[in-house]
Design a protein around this ligand. Structure first.
Ligand code: 8IG
Length: 270
């Protein structure tokens, strides 16, 4: 990665990345950002033709992708009147590169002009009746990482973090979409069955390793936030089977066309 100089803030770094993004893609301003989580990559083609595709490492401040199924690329897609900025991968908290690295794409998207961001992820589901391959809207979150992307006395309000307006638009598209509270564990190990029960007691229905820090940074930057989880597995201890990452990728493939349809209809309405 390019190492920013000592005096630059994360916001300066994001502005520098957004400037380079505009040069490399030829797109002066982007409108809506999407971050594709585990299992969501196959849905990207439904969003439209790529105007440009670059490697995250072409931009200052980005690290190489660390997970199979996360490709380390950024695609600019023209969709109707909107320019979509699609991150085909994310940096996870468990990679140990720091919280600023986790939210750098979010801040770059804001600096590039995006007024809304769609954060997707693959996760474990707790609610009875949910099945692998099902999309669930994130209604709220519990951040169990013990940290924040915000440094300093900036007391950002997180009431209605996950936009009721955007969730409403999603339910106009698919009235069957359920909602749940997303609990971010630090990972990279999956939860124990006892921790899954704890998440349920705390009021969670979705367990994962991403999204909450990005949502906070997006709110700080003034973007509207939509969170959509793909339940790729029943949370540990609920299915009688061990968890594995291949199952996640399989659930994504199986759900790809439905998720692609949902995302393309959502961005048309945002
Ligand atoms: I995909 O069951 C996926 N990511 N923490 N727990 C956690 N993260 C996940 C899970 C899960 N499934």
């Amino acid at each position: 990665m390019t190492s920013p100089d000592q005096t630059s803030t994360p916001y300066d770094d994001a502005r520098a990345a957004a400037e380079r993004l505009a040069e490399l893609t030829g797109v002066a301003q982007h409108d809506i950002a999407l971050v594709l989580g585990s299992g969501w990559l196959p849905a990207v083609d439904a969003l439209g033709e790529a105007t440009a595709e670059i490697a995250t490492t072409d931009l200052p401040g980005f690290h190489a992708a660390g997970v199979v199924g996360h490709s380390g690329r950024i695609r600019s897609i023209r969709s109707g009147e909107a320019n979509l900025l699609v991150f085909l991968s994310r940096t996870h908290y468990y990679e140990g590169k720091g919280v600023a690295a986790v939210v750098h794409p979010v801040r770059t998207a804001a600096a590039a002009g995006c007024r809304a961001i769609v954060l997707t992820n693959g996760c474990g589901g707790l609610k009875e009746g949910w099945h692998p391959g099902q999309a669930v809207l994130i209604s709220d979150h519990i951040n169990l990482t013990g940290t924040s992307p915000i440094v300093g006395a900036n007391f950002v309000d997180l009431t209605d973090l996950y936009s009721p307006r955007l969730r409403g638009l999603c339910r106009e598209i698919d009235p069957d979409l359920d909602e749940g509270v997303y609990v971010q564990f630090p990972g990279p190990h999956y939860e124990t069955p006892a921790e899954v029960r704890m998440a349920g007691v705390l009021g969670g229905q979705l367990v994962g390793m991403s999204t909450t820090l990005e949502a906070i940074a997006a709110r700080e930057a003034g973007m509207e936030v939509l969170g959509i989880s793909l339940v790729t597995n029943l949370a540990a201890g609920l299915s009688g089977e061990p968890l594995n990452h291949e199952e996640v990728l399989e659930a994504g493939k199986a759900a790809a066309s439905r998720m692609g349809g949902l995302l393309s209809q959502v961005v048309a309405k945002v």
